[in-house]
Ligand binder design. Sequence first.
Ligand SMILES: Cc1cc2nc3c(=O)[nH]c(=O)nc-3n(C[C@H](O)[C@H](O)[C@H](O)COP(=O)(O)OP(=O)(O)OC[C@H]3O[C@@H](n4cnc5c(N)ncnc54)[C@H](O)[C@@H]3O)c2cc1C
Length: 332
Amino acid sequence: MYDLMIIGSGPSGLAAALSAKRQGLDFLLLERDQIASTVRQYPLGKQLFSTSNEVELEPGALPTQTKPTREEVLQHYQALVDKEAINIRTAEEVRALEPCAAGFLVHTANGHTYRSRAVLVAVGGFGRPRRLKVTGENAARVSYHFAAAEPYAGQHILVVGGGNSAAQAALYLAEVEAKPTWSLRRATLDPTDPATGKPQMKIKPWVKEPLQLAVAQGLITIIKSSTVVEIRPHSACLAIQGSTEIVEVKCDHIFALIGADPDTTLLETAGAEIAADGRPVYHPETYETTVPGLYVAGHITRELHMKNALEVTPRIIEAIAARWSPTTVPSR
Ligand SMILES: Cc1cc2nc3c(=O)[nH]c(=O)nc-3n(C[C@H](O)[C@H](O)[C@H](O)COP(=O)(O)OP(=O)(O)OC[C@H]3O[C@@H](n4cnc5c(N)ncnc54)[C@H](O)[C@@H]3O)c2cc1C
C-alpha cells in the first residue's frame, strides 16, 4: 500500500514527486509515455515562452540569460529524476481508479493493480485535442500537434488556429521553405477587448515580429476571418466571415492547432464530479476532488501554466501528507 500514487510525469507530476519525497511519503509515479511527454512533443529546439525560474524544478538548473529550450528543460527534468532516484515507472498507462475501503486500486494498461491511500492525477490539459469537425477530416490529412517542420519542406501546408502555437508553426514551416497558409478565424492578429477597448495581445511580440516580416516577404499567407468548412484530398475550403465567398486552399497537410481539453476519464472512473467547463470540481485550497483522497494538479485544473503548477503542487502534497499519511490515517 503506497501513501500516494502520482499519475503523469509532466512538470506538475515531477514537482509532486519531489515534494512527496521531501515529505517522506511512500509514493509511486506512473507515466504512460516518457518523462514529460508533453514537453517532449514541443517542436524540436523550441524556446519556451516562460523564463527558466518559472519551469525549473531546482533553482539555477536552467540558463538565466535566455529562456530555456525544449531540450534544456527535458535534460533538466531527466537529470533530476535520476539524481533524486524518483520512484517512477514509465510506459505504464493508468486506465482506472477504483475507490476501496483502504484508499484506491489503481489499474494500469500493463495489467498491474496498485493500492494507494491517496491519488494525485496530473495528466495535463492536452488529452483531447479539439477537432475541426468538418467533412474530410481524418488522421491522414490533419495533425493536432506540431513537432517538426522538416518532413513538410516544399509542401503546401494549412495551419489553423489563433494562438502562438499556430503562428510559430507557420514560421517554422516557412523556414524550411514549405508554403504555409495560416487560417485565422478573427479579423486581426490583436483584436480589441470589448470590455477595455484595448488590443488583446493574442500573439507574443517576439513571435509577431518575425511573423509579420515573413508575411511581408510572401513566405506565409494569412487568410483572416476564415473558417475551414471542408477538407478535400489536396485542398481545404475556407468560408470567409461576412461574405458568401468560399476560398479553396491547396494543401498537402493540415495542422489544426485550435486547443485541447483535458481528458477527465480517469477521474470519472473514480466517480469524481466534472464541471461544465470540462475540468474537475476541486477544493480551491487543497485541490481534492469530490472523491475523498483523490487530488488534481497542473494543467488539468484551471492553472494553465507551468509556473502556477510548480507553485501550487507542493502545497497540494503538503495537504495530502497532513491528511493521508500512515501516521494520521492508519487505514480507511
Ligand atoms: C508548444 C507548446 C509550448 C508551450 N510552452 C509553454 C511555456 O513556455 N510555458 C508554460 O508555462 N507552458 C507552456 N505550454 C503549456 C505546458 O506544456 C503545460 O502547461 C504543462 O505541460 C502542464 O504540465 P502538467 O504537468 O500539468 O501536464 P503535462 O506536461 O501535459 O504532463 C502530463 C503527463 O501525464 C501523462 N499521462 C496522461 N495520461 C496518463 C495516464 N492515463 N497514465 C499515465 N500517464 C498519463 C502524459 O504522458 C504526460 O507526460 C506549452 C504547450 C505547448 C503545446
